[in-house]
Structures are given as structure tokens and as C-alpha cells.
Design a protein around this ligand. Structure first.
Ligand SMILES: [Mg+2]
Length: 331
């Protein structure tokens, strides 16, 4: 008989939420020696002679993906792409990855080979070497990737200063709208909807763009929604912000989903767009926008960093349910 686990309190993980759990881990494992940065930013920085970024991300069947509407290739691509996005958000260049796979013994092999194909395609697209990994059995599929990157001058979340301009690459809300479309089986309906679905299933980390944002004062990738990720930068920097909702670069393909979605709400709280959100000294704004104008995504100014702690959107704070995606919080 298995020993039963003693439950000394009635609190469960869902009560604490992802942010609370991360805080608990940070308290337990500390802040690292001088020259290193451990938990709390897009990746850790560890000392290896030169500065190396080191990050990991796990995606789980039924939580982060659903094999009823995506392929093994999609899962493989996204599992690495989200890590590349975190390295890009630090101003680094991704280098080497290890991959840990869990799956049920009855998983069809074409899903597994598709997954490896997706991993390989993403690795080639971003010049990452997959150097090893591990495989284990589980009742559902999960893919865990750990990735290193090189960095000379990391761009941290903590560098925003009052008066800095807040900018974001590309467009927002498309990935969440793509998930909405997949769940309603709208695939193939029209080209705009298929582009939204591609944003959900095959995110493109903004690595070339990040090379042109190395002068940013702070940066993060938009994984959990603009509002939540922006609040993380402001909290790390000890600043507040004012965002103009009319300036948000809402994905134009959202217009293809008539009814059922609020484009601004998706742009603010939808998440998984993997755009880069950064703050820029006002004297650098024009040159940075010009440097990005030739890229696929461009760069849009959406607001300004302020003194204090409040994050205001058209002058108002957001309700918690408008903020974005906390992976473990009850909903
Ligand atoms: Mg990140």
C-alpha cells in the first residue's frame, strides 16, 4: 500500500497560483552569487567564463496543447520556440538545448516523429543545437526543453526608468484568437483565421528583432498577455506605467472573427503572442523604431513608464480577470 501524503493545510497549488509558487521557489533557492542572476527574469544568468543564459519551459498535453487540434510537429516547434523567445527577451543568442519527453506507451509513433521533426525545424530556424535529453513514460505527453544562450549585455526586466517609452514588436491578440478558432473548429474557414491559428501553433520568436533592441532599458517576451507581462517589468523596475489602449497594435486578422471576441481584451490578456515588450529611453526611440521598420514586425509605441507603482490603461487599472494568463491559478 502506498503511504498517504499528509496534508497539513487546506491550501492547494491553485490557491497560490503560478506567481505565488515562483515566489516560494525564489525564496527557497536564493538570488545567486555576484555576476549571476537566478530565478526572476526571462532566463537565468550563470557564470561559465563568459555569460551564459539558461532557461527551461515545459508544455503539457491537456494544459498547454491538445493533440485533437494540433500535430506532433506543432508541439515540437512550440516547445523549443518558447524557450528561444525567452533568450531573445534577454538580448541573447540561443545556442544549445536538452529535451525531456514524457508520453504514454500507446502514443502513435507518427506523433513522436512529428514532434522530433518540429523540434528539428525550430532548431534549424534559430541555429540551436539539441545536444541531449531524456524520455520517460507518463499518462499524458509533456515536452520539457532547457536552452542555453550567449549574451554580452543582458537586457533585464528591472531597467525601466520613469519617462521611458513602452514599445512592443508586431501585433497582439492573434495567438489567443487562434486558440479560440481551433476550439471552434474554424480551421480552413478563410486565410485570416488560418494565420491566427498559425500564430497559436507555430509562434515565431522575435530573435532578429531582439538584436536591434539591445539598447532597450528593459525587455520581456509577451507569453502570458501584455498586461501581465508589462506589470512584471514594472514591478521588477519599481515603476508604474500609462498605456493608451488606442495605440495597441491589435492583430488585424482579429476582424475575421466576428462576434465572441473582444480584440482589445485579447490584445491585453490573451497571451502567447511571443512579441517583445520593451522600454526605451525617449532619446533612443526614433532610431530604434527606424531600426525595426525594416523587420517583419516593426515596433509600436504604446505608452510611457511613470513614477510610482500603478499600471494604468487609458487612466484606469485593469481588473484581475483582464490581466492575463497565470498557469496555475483557479479559473
Ligand atoms: Mg519570458
Amino acid at each position: 500500500m502506498k503511504p498517504s501524503r499528509a496534508r497539513s493545510s487546506s491550501t492547494v497549488v491553485a490557491d497560490v497560483g503560478e506567481s505565488g509558487l515562483i515566489d516560494l521557489v525564489k525564496e527557497r533557492f536564493g538570488a545567486g552569487p555576484e555576476g549571476e542572476l537566478w530565478a526572476g527574469d526571462d532566463t537565468a544568468i550563470i557564470a561559465t567564463g563568459r555569460r551564459t543564459l539558461f532557461t527551461t519551459d515545459v508544455i503539457v498535453e491537456g494544459v498547454d496543447f491538445d493533440l485533437s487540434y494540433c500535430t506532433g510537429f506543432d508541439v515540437g516547434w512550440k516547445s523549443l520556440a518558447v524557450n528561444v523567445s525567452d533568450v531573445a527577451a534577454m538580448g541573447g543568442v540561443p545556442r544549445r538545448a536538452v529535451v525531456a519527453l514524457s508520453m504514454a506507451p500507446e502514443t502513435p509513433m507518427n506523433e513522436v516523429t512529428g514532434l522530433l521533426d518540429g523540434l528539428d525545424a525550430c532548431a534549424r530556424a534559430y541555429a540551436v543545437g539539441i545536444v541531449g535529453g531524456d524520455v520517460s513514460g507518463a499518462d499524458r505527453m509533456s515536452v520539457s526543453v532547457a536552452l542555453t544562450g550567449d549574451v554580452d549585455t543582458p537586457v533585464l526586466r528591472s531597467g525601466a526608468r520613469p519617462g521611458d517609452e513602452i514599445c512592443v514588436t508586431g501585433t497582439l491578440g492573434g495567438a489567443a484568437a487562434g486558440l479560440f478558432a481551433l476550439q471552434r473548429k474554424l480551421e480552413g474557414h478563410n486565410a485570416a483565421i488560418d494565420r491566427l491559428i498559425a500564430r497559436q501553433l507555430r509562434p515565431k520568436p522575435r530573435l532578429p528583432e531582439s538584436r536591434r533592441l539591445l539598447g532597450a532599458s528593459a525587455m520581456i517576451d509577451v507569453s502570458d498577455g501584455l498586461a501581465l507581462d508589462l506589470s512584471r517589468v514594472m514591478a521588477a523596475s519599481g515603476t508604474g506605467c500609462e498605456v493608451e489602449l488606442g495605440l495597441l497594435p491589435v492583430d488585424p486578422d482579429l476582424l475575421a472573427l466576428d462576434g465572441g471576441t473582444d480584440p482589445v481584451a485579447l490584445a491585453l490578456g490573451g497571451g502567447e503572442d511571443y512579441e517583445l515588450l520593451c522600454t526605451i529611453d525617449p532619446s533612443d526611440l526614433d532610431a530604434t523604431v527606424a531600426a525595426l521598420s525594416g523587420s517583419l514586425t516593426g515596433l509600436t509605441r504604446i505608452g510611457v513608464v511613470t513614477e510610482g507603482e500603478s499600471c494604468l490603461f487609458d487612466g484606469e487599472p485593469l481588473e484581475e480577470e483582464e490581466m492575463g494568463w497565470d498557469h496555475l491559478r483557479s479559473r
